[in-house]
Design a protein around this ligand. Structure first.
Ligand SMILES: *Cc1c(COP(=O)(O)O)cnc(C)c1O
Length: 371
């Protein structure tokens, strides 16, 4: 008798490719790529890999993009056992297609999966899944300035079972969506709503996992933000309600007058790859970087004394977004000073320069997808 409960990590995954008979015509695709927006249009194919407790990862496929058949008792629909990732494919001037630090996304997805009691997808499979999708849908990577193809890997509990335990059947998918320039006509600083009613994650919770549940927890606060004419919401720690955590889906950085960058440290913040890259570029330039607990009072007092001069948010979708103002229910908001030469904008230019192949990739962050 042999019991093999280990994922078959050594076995090469041979993708079976089924072409989409109803793929968009070159004209239809060109029309979408002219003004793609964000997350509204999808490419012709998707990746699908199965996992089962006994068989490990198996049946890797590239198939036509389309609805997924789910049993109404599929565990994800009831207990939210799900994780996801987000990264972009960039077209360089010579036509080649690249992505940015995908090994970091693969590793983060493994950490997220572990927290949600999901199987860990080996890094080689993650990287291969992106290349396989680009091999059939590479023409969907747009080429205008600041555009990209957003890649969305995700994994969820597919087993039909209403008992509460980790699912024994899971599927991993990758879908892709062309993305337009996030900011049209220049980057505009945004207003942020400080949530003092809701938190997104707590000590020992799922804050460090990229999982839909954290987003579900953030939506009502996001609604409050919209009601106050704010683009995003800033969460504080769940325990004391004093320490900065992050926005619903972006990390926060403060900049001091002396050039020091400060980003909050806590075990309930999602470890962003953008913030990590931005802080690395800043260190390269000789800036001091502090990763430590930061209170909302330190931010407010720092702005009042002139010690804190900039604040910005970072994430894959918008890269870097300067923060103009924090609005709060108690009226004790923070208005950031007007700055002509923002460090945020210069770091943004350097990071996007690397991503689009215009600036030297000193750290080996780029990974080619179409070769
Ligand atoms: C994805 C995400 C971020 C940003 O991470 P990047 O790797 O920089 O895109 C920040 N916070 C949350 C909650 C996220 O889900």
């Amino acid at each position: 008798m042999s019991l093999n409960l280990l994922p078959m990590a050594n076995q090469d995954l041979q993708f079976q490719v089924t072409r989409n008979e109803n793929a968009a015509s070159p004209e239809e695709r060109a029309q979408v790529l002219e003004n793609p927006g964000f997350g509204q249009h999808f490419t012709d194919h998707m990746v699908d890999i199965c996992w089962s407790e006994r068989g490990g990862w198996h049946r890797p496929r590239v198939q036509p993009y389309g609805p997924i058949q789910l049993d109404p008792a599929a565990a994800v629909l009831h207990y939210a056992q799900e994780v996801f990732e987000g990264l972009k494919a960039y077209r360089h001037a010579d036509g080649s297609i690249w992505t940015f630090r995908p090994e970091a996304n693969a590793a983060r997805m493994q950490r997220s999966a572990k927290r949600l009691a999901l199987p860990e997808l080996p890094t080689e499979y993650f990287l291969d899944s992106l290349a396989q999708l680009i091999a059939v849908d590479g023409d969907w990577v747009p080429s205008q300035a600041e555009t990209s193809l957003y890649l969305r890997p995700f994994m969820f509990a597919k087993e039909a079972f209403l008992g509460v335990r980790p699912a024994k059947k899971v599927n991993y998918y990758v879908i892709a969506s062309p993305a337009g320039a996030y900011f049209h006509g220049g980057v505009t600083p945004v207003s942020i709503w400080l949530s003092t009613t809701y938190t997104r994650a707590g000590h020992g919770g799922m804050g460090q996992a990229k999982t839909g549940g954290n987003y579900a927890a953030s939506l009502v606060a996001q609604q409050e933000a919209y009601a106050h004419n704010c683009a995003q919401v800033l969460f504080l720690d769940a325990q004391e309600g004093r320490y900065l955590e992050e926005l619903g889906g972006m990390n926060v950085v403060l900049v001091k007058k002396d050039g020091t960058l400060i980003t909050p440290d806590s075990d309930s913040i999602l470890e962003g790859i953008t913030v990590d890259s931005v802080l690395t570029l800043a260190r390269d330039r000789g800036h001091r970087v502090e990763q430590r607990p930061v209170t909302i009072d330190e931010w407010r007092d720092g702005v009042a004394s002139g010690d804190i001069v900039e604040a910005f948010a970072c994430g894959t979708a918008a890269v870097i977004t300067p923060i103009a103002e924090i609005k709060a229910a108690d009226g004790r908001g923070i208005v950031m000073p007007e700055v002509s030469d923002r460090l945020a904008m210069s770091l943004r230019a350097e990071l996007t320069g690397i991503q689009y192949g215009r600036v030297e990739d000193r750290h080996g962050w780029l990974h080619r997808l179409d070769a």
